[in-house]
Design a protein around this ligand. Sequence first.
Ligand SMILES: Nc1nc2c(ncn2[C@@H]2O[C@H](COP(=O)(O)OP(=O)(O)O)[C@@H](O)[C@H]2O)c(=O)[nH]1
Ligand SMILES: [Mg+2]
Length: 299
Amino acid sequence: MGLLEQFKQGLSRTRAILNSDVGDLVRGLAKLDASTLQSLEDALIAADFGPASASAIMVALRKDLASGSDPGLVRETLKEKIRSLLDIASPPAPQGNPHVIFVVGVNGAGKTTTIGKLAARFRAEGETALIVAADTFRAAAVGQLRTWADRAGAAFHESREGQDPASVVTDGLRKARAAGTRKVLVDTAGRLQNKSHLMAELSKMGRIAAREAEGAPHETLLVLDATTGSNGLSQAQEFARAIPLTGLVLTKLDGTAKGGIAVAIVAAMKVPIRFVGLGEGLSDLAPFDARSFAESLLD
Ligand SMILES: Nc1nc2c(ncn2[C@@H]2O[C@H](COP(=O)(O)OP(=O)(O)O)[C@@H](O)[C@H]2O)c(=O)[nH]1
Ligand SMILES: [Mg+2]
């Protein structure tokens, strides 16, 4: 399945609503009018684009109104504006050997699942991968992660409940170096944003990783649950304070009719989305592409 088809399927709920709203509003209109524009803005807000992104999109639509352009072109204007809001320039991640990726985010966001999916991608590309279980808060977390490592065909570095996560990272990276492993994925505990000591621990894990592997972590991906809507934004900002983020993974887009949250988050964070989760299976992870995303929202 191509990327566009994957997005279309995963974003079907958001697309169904947004498309029918836009379709209903412009059908039979000879030209755009102010009340149609107001209703379009309401539709964007309902899809969780957020007030700032919605009003940026409205600026583009008002230009269409002023120029008296065909209401049938509203979809094209919307797509183009959504694409440009999502398409923020960012330098490619520095490559390390081993290449170390931290995966952070609150409990339930989809970190463990995403790590399994990422490991499967690396394996499919012919890379060796090690998953490090540095979420030591819950005993069940280690077992769940091991299952994903097995499914993905990745090596696994386990930990004991309550073990210092920084020491787990040290041991895991030593193991990766000894084995010549190319990709290391580090699972971390779901940290609540108001627990400053947990944030300090995340910073410490970063420092420890740099000691074991030059430049590590080379990427830090923040996993956000799209179904939590704009709550995700404040989480994202708290994590960005604890550790520099290189990218976002937006999960559960398949379960929401509010896929506009992707635009709101990128606009607020200025950090690119790297991947999106489109289901619970091993292959339900797609590299993010702004054009396909925008295209899949509106037919
Ligand atoms: N529908 C859907 N469910 C997902 C996705 N990613 C994760 N999940 C589910 O979300 C729940 C929490 O995921 P988990 O990886 O354990 O989150 P963690 O606490 O951040 O490690 C699990 O039931 C996953 O199956 C996704 O992209 N789509
Ligand atoms: Mg987990």
